[in-house]
Design a protein around this ligand. Structure first.
Ligand code: EPZ
Length: 416
C-alpha cells in the first residue's frame, strides 16, 4: 500500500543522520546544464523529486549516474528536446530548468509546472523577469514556449521575495551578457548553496546571503564536484517529531546555523536543545504555548515548510497556539486530518488557532502534500493507538525514507 503505519504513544530515543537538502539539490542539478562537462553532486538525496529532475536532464541528452549519494551529470550531449510531461507536471522545480536551458540551448517548450496543492503557485514573475533579459515567451493554455538568441543582464526590482524566481534569474544571468541585479533576492540557504556551486564553477556572483545579488555574466563555466548541505526542513521535521512524542534524540549533520528561527520557537515551546557543528541534540517534548503567533516568513524568518510540523507540536503540547501563514494561500490542508485525530483547530483565512488539552487518538488520515504528510506521520507518533497515513508518495518527494529515519529515532513505524 502507498501508506505508513505508526504505533503511537512511545517516546523517542536514538539518532539519525540528516539527508542532503532537496531544495538545494534541485536548482544545483538544473545548474549543471550551464556547464559543458561532468559535474559530481555529493550528498544528493535519493528522493522522488530528485529522480524526476534527473529524468528531465536525461530527456535533454545528459548522461546521469548515481553511486550512493554521489550523482554524476555529463551534459556534453545536451540538445533541444521536449521534456517528458509526466516529470514536468510532477514538480515545481522543473521551472528552474527554464533559465538554465535558455542559457544553454536558447529555446524551451514546457508545460506549466506542477507542484503541491498548497497554493496556485503561478509563474508570472518568472516570465516577467526573463522577458527583461531578452527572452521571448509565448504563453499557451497548456504550455509556453520561451526563446532567446542571447540572454542580457538586467536590473530586477522584484515586487516580492520569491525563492524560485531568484534561482531562475541566477541561472539565466550567470552566462548572460552584462550585469544582472536581483533585489529583493531570496536569502534562503538553498540559494546560497546554488551561488557557491556556480562561483566554484567560475561564476561571478556577489552579495551571496544578502537580499541584493549582483551577477557579472561570464563566457564559460567549468565542471565542479560539490557537496550539498544537509536539509534544514528534514532536520526540523525530526525535531518536531521529538517535540510531539517526547524523548532524547540526536540529529547528525543538522544545519543548526540555518535553523535559528526554528530552534528559537522550539525552545519557547519547552524542549531543550544542544546545537553543535556535528548536529542537534533534542530532549523533552513541547509543553508550552509559544508567546505570540508563529508567523511564517521568508528566510531568516520561520520557514513555511515547517509550519504544519509545528502545528502538530502545538496540538500535542496540550497548550495550543496561533499560526499565521504568510507565504502560501492554502497551507492548512492537514487541519481536517488532525481534527479526525481529535485536535481542536480553527482556521480563519491565513490564521489557525490550535486549542490544546484534548487527548488524541490515531486513525486513518490522508497526506495531501509533502510537508503536511510528514506532519501527519509526526503527529501519529504521539497519538494513542495505531495510525495509518495514506498517500506516502507525497512524503517520498522530500524524505529519503521517513520510516527508516524515525525507526532510528526509536519510533514504531513501518510501510503499510
Ligand atoms: C520554494 O518554492 C520551495 N520549493 C518550497 O518548498 C518553499 O515552500 C518555497 O520556496 C518558500 O520557501 C523548492 O525549492 C523546490 P516562492 P517556490 O516562489 O520557489 C508566489 C517544499 O516543501 N509566486 O518563494 O515555488 C507563490 O505562489 C516546497 O520543499 C508568484 O505569485 O516558492 C508563493 O505564494 C513547498 N508568482 C510565493 O510567491 C511567481 O512567479 C513564494 O513562492 C512565483 C511565486
Amino acid at each position: 500500500m502507498d501508506a505508513v503505519r505508526i504505533y503511537g504513544g512511545n517516546c523517542l530515543s536514538g539518532q539519525t543522520r540528516i539527508q542532503g537538502s532537496k531544495n538545494a539539490s534541485l536548482p544545483i542539478l538544473a545548474a549543471t546544464l550551464l556547464i559543458d562537462g561532468t559535474c559530481e553532486i555529493v550528498n544528493c538525496p535519493d528522493i522522488s523529486d530528485v529522480y524526476h529532475m534527473l529524468r528531465l536532464l536525461q530527456s535533454l541528452g545528459c548522461l546521469v549516474s548515481r553511486e550512493a549519494d554521489v550523482v554524476r551529470i555529463d551534459t556534453k550531449r545536451v540538445a533541444e528536446c521536449d521534456m517528458p510531461a509526466d516529470s514536468v507536471g510532477v514538480m515545481r522545480s522543473s521551472i528552474m530548468l527554464l533559465g538554465a536551458l535558455l542559457a544553454r540551448v536558447g529555446e524551451v517548450t514546457m508545460e506549466y509546472p506542477g507542484g503541491c496543492v498548497i497554493g496556485k503557485r503561478p509563474i508570472d514573475q518568472h516570465i516577467c523577469a526573463l522577458r527583461r533579459m531578452g527572452v521571448e515567451i509565448m504563453e499557451g493554455p497548456e504550455e509556453f514556449c520561451a526563446r532567446a538568441e542571447r540572454l542580457y543582464g538586467a536590473v530586477h526590482e522584484l515586487p516580492f521575495v520569491s525563492v524560485g524566481v531568484t534561482e531562475n534569474l541566477i541561472l539565466a544571468a550567470v552566462l548572460a551578457e552584462g550585469r544582472t541585479v536581483i533585489h529583493p533576492a531570496a536569502r534562503e540557504p538553498e540559494i546560497q548553496a546554488l551561488c557557491e556551486f556556480l562561483v566554484g564553477a567560475g561564476g561571478k556572483i556577489s552579495g551571496v546571503g544578502t537580499d541584493r545579488l549582483v551577477i557579472e555574466g561570464v563566457r564559460k563555466l567549468h565542471p565542479v564536484r560539490f557537496h550539498v548541505p544537509a536539509d534544514r526542513i528534514v532536520a526540523g521535521t525530526y525535531l518536531a517529531a521529538c517535540m510531539c512524542a517526547g524523548g532524547r534524540v540526536f540529529l547528525g549533520d543538522a544545519p543548526c546555523g540555518q535553523m535559528e528561527s526554528v530552534l528559537a520557537c522550539a525552545e519557547k515551546m519547552g524542549v531543550r536543545l544542544s546545537p553543535s557543528p556535528e548536529g542537534l541534540f533534542v530532549e523533552g517534548r513541547a509543553c508550552k504555548k509559544p508567546p505570540g503567533a508563529l508567523v511564517t516568513a521568508v528566510y531568516p524568518g520561520f520557514p513555511t515548510d515547517l509550519q504544519s510540523l509545528f502545528m502538530a507540536a502545538m496540538v500535542f503540547s496540550g497548550q495550543g497556539g496561533r499560526i499565521e501563514e504568510t507565504v502560501f494561500e492554502n497551507r492548512f490542508r492537514i487541519v481536517p486530518e488532525l481534527v479526525k485525530m481529535g485536535a481542536d483547530i480553527r482556521v480563519a483565512g491565513n490564521c489557525a488557532s490550535v486549542c490544546g488539552g484534548r487527548p488524541l487518538h490515531n486513525t486513518i488520515v490522508e497526506a495531501q502534500e509533502l510537508r503536511g504528510g510528514a506532519a501527519l506521520v509526526v503527529a501519529a507518533l504521539a497519538a494513542e493507538g495505531t495510525g495509518i497515513v495514506t498517500n506516502r508518495h507525497f512524503i517520498d518527494r522530500g524524505y529519503e525514507d521517513i520510516t527508516r529515519s524515525l525507526r532510528e529515532l526509536g519510533a514504531e513505524i513501518e510501510l503499510a
